[in-house]
Design a protein around this ligand. Structure first.
Ligand code: ATP
Ligand code: MG
Length: 556
């Protein structure tokens, strides 16, 4: 699915800019901070930036916005590149904001010389206090009117490491009474004696986001700088920095609504907590909304891209039902994934009238919706496994599966009838005994009688043991982005205790050589992915990607 021809407000802006000659070629960028792994919200930004550039013959940069050494790490730099590529995108240029530190410093010196920046000795708390509120103007710092010479000297000494963290900052001198709090002399440099993943110990002062980001865009010649709506109030500062720093290229910041998904968290800070507090098995835990988690769970780049495109580009950010994401992975796997039978919670069935020691190899379609995938051979014998839930000793009305005296169809095989239930001393069911009718073999066109239930099974002597990891939503409740709700709830209290269930059963013998990330549809269960981290030839592990059932309907 590709709806790149759909129009959206950003496309309109770009079209006008190309038509008016403002830009000959457009340049976009995806600018992650390497302080965590990418999540599906980032996928939205990736798709928007890369697809727009592509559609208008422009280019896209991948830029690491690495201006905060305290939180950033090479591990994240590597993982982000892997994820962007896996989603199907390749950047024209790779950049690091930290490569521009020298130029950013020089531009700050220019601001000081123009009387537009000053070194402030107020503490972080005092700065906050002086800033005022939405209804009251801020107060000027007593250091605001230092001379240019003094500021130049102090700023250089900040760079040279003469001061401790927090002792001084550099602030833009804009307007302490501005109705936009971002313009009340924002801090543009702070001191942090920390080792940076790229620049090492070269710097001990680091530029702040509001100052660094517009410069990064301008230095790279980005034409349209797309970000989420929480940065809308920063746009006047963005434009101020580009203008007052006398940048040659003038990028335009445009905001779009962020993507949120129900029953999960979508902020790196919270995802990091889940990892650090070991609530999940790393950033790529299949319950995580990270790109690496979705990949491990069995989601495909095609499904993620189609989903993101369907959510559209607008100014508002809503919460999208996770069922919609699941809809797209089912759509994508429907024709691609081989069907096979897997028994997740096994119950042994002995077919007492089937010859002992005999094995029959039956034909089974690999994908009835895609006949080109051909057929596979599956064994059948006197002993098979079925699902525990496909047998009931005392069934309710309308239960059409196995119960004493009832006959069902075994998918791809024969009708079997339950004759006897074998229990241990404690009354637990150990196995059940059935008879089969050779006349009813699948594919022979038998029409003698009908049965209401069809169940799946795996032949017992050739079955391969396997572990199945069944996932549910990570959170019990919808958790709104705290930027939106404004309150900080402890989301860890909302963790779904049943987000992971592990069961052990069997798969067909033709699954012996599966590889990491192979995807299957297990008949009647859903789509599963071979776990890339824990599955080995001796211990197969399958992750439930998505079940088959869905009440979700795409409005088209
Ligand atoms: P988080 O709040 O999850 O930490 P972030 O915005 O701090 O995310 P960055 O690494 O700064 O993460 O984001 C890189 C780009 O991805 C930014 O342009 C940002 O606007 C965009 N982005 C992040 N989250 C979303 C989202 N949920 N929907 C759309 N775009 C997003
Ligand atoms: Mg950020």
């Amino acid at each position: 699915m590709d709806n790149s021809t759909n129009s959206n407000f950003i496309k309109t802006i770009i079209k006008n800019d190309l038509a008016s000659g403002k830009h000959k070629k457009i340049v976009t960028r995806f600018p992650p901070e390497p302080n965590g792994y990418l999540h599906i919200g980032h996928a939205k930004s990736i798709v928007i930036n890369f697809d727009l550039a592509d559609e208008f013959n422009g280019k896209t940069h991948l830029r690491f916005d690495d201006t905060n050494p305290l939180k950033e790490d090479q591990e994240f730099v590597d993982a982000i590149q892997e994820d962007v590529r896996w989603l199907g995108y390749e950047w024209e240029e790779l950049h690091f904001a930290s490569d521009y530190f020298e130029e950013m410093y020089e531009r700050a010196v220019l601001l000081i010389k123009k009387g537009l920046a000053y070194v402030d000795d107020l503490s972080a708390d005092e700065i906050r206090e002086y800033r005022g509120t939405l209804t009251e103007p801020g107060k000027e710092s007593p250091y605001r009117n230092r001379s240019v010479e003094e500021n130049l000297d102090l700023f250089e000494r900040m760079r040279n490491g003469e001061f401790a963290d927090g002792e001084k900052v550099l602030r833009a001198k804009i307007d302490m009474a501005s109705p936009n709090i971002n313009l009340r002399d924002p801090v543009i440099y702070r001191i942090a004696h920390a080792t940076h993943h790229n620049t090492g110990d070269k710097w001990c002062i680091y530029p702040m986001y509001g100052y660094a980001h517009p410069l990064e865009d301008a230095i790279e010649g980005v034409t349209h700088s797309l970000c989420t709506t929480e940065f809308e109030d920063q746009r006047p500062l963005y434009d101020w920095v580009v203008r007052e720093c006398e940048m040659e290229n003038v990028p335009q910041q445009i905001e779009f609504g962020r993507l949120n998904i129900s029953n999960t968290v979508m902020s790196k800070r919270k995802l990091k907590r889940l990892v650090d507090e070991k609530v999940v098995d790393g950033w790529d835990d299949p319950r995580m909304p990270t790109i690496s988690g979705l990949r491990r769970r069995g989601f495909t780049p095609e499904a993620i891209r189609a989903f993101v495109k369907e959510t559209g580009v607008s100014k508002t950010s809503g919460v999208v039902d996770s069922a919609m994401l699941e809809h797209f992975v089912r759509e994508d796997l429907k024709l691609k994934a081989p069907r096979t039978m897997a028994v997740l919670r096994p119950l042994k069935v002995v077919i007492t009238n089937y010859p002992e020691g005999k094995i029959e190899w039956l034909d089974a379609e690999i994908n009835p919706e895609n006949p080109e995938m051909g057929i596979r051979k599956i064994p059948f014998s006197r002993e098979i496994y079925i699902e525990q839930e496909d047998f009931m000793e005392n069934p309710p009305k309308k239960y059409h599966r196995l119960y004493p005296g009832n006959e069902v169809r075994l998918k791809h095989a024969y009708f079997i009838k339950c004759e006897d239930v074998i229990k241990d001393e404690d009354g637990n069911i150990v196995e059940i005994h059935c008879t089969y009718d050779p006349e009813t073999k699948s594919g022979t066109g038998f029409t003698g009688r009908k049965v209401k239930g069809t169940i799946h099974w795996v032949e017992a002597t050739n079955a391969i043991p396997a572990e199945f990891r069944l996932y549910g939503p990570l959170l019990l409740d919808d958790e709104q982005n705290e930027e939106q709700s404004g309150e900080e709830k402890d989301f860890l209290e909302m963790i779904n205790p049943k987000s992971l269930e592990v069961v052990h059963g069997f798969v067909e013998p033709n699954m012996k050589n599966v590889k990491a990330h192979d995807k299957f549809q297990f008949f009647r269960h859903g789509y599963f992915n071979v776990d890339p981290k824990h599955s080995t030839p001796d211990h197969l592990v399958f992750n439930l990607t998505v079940s088959l059932k869905s009440s979700f309907k795409l409005n088209k």
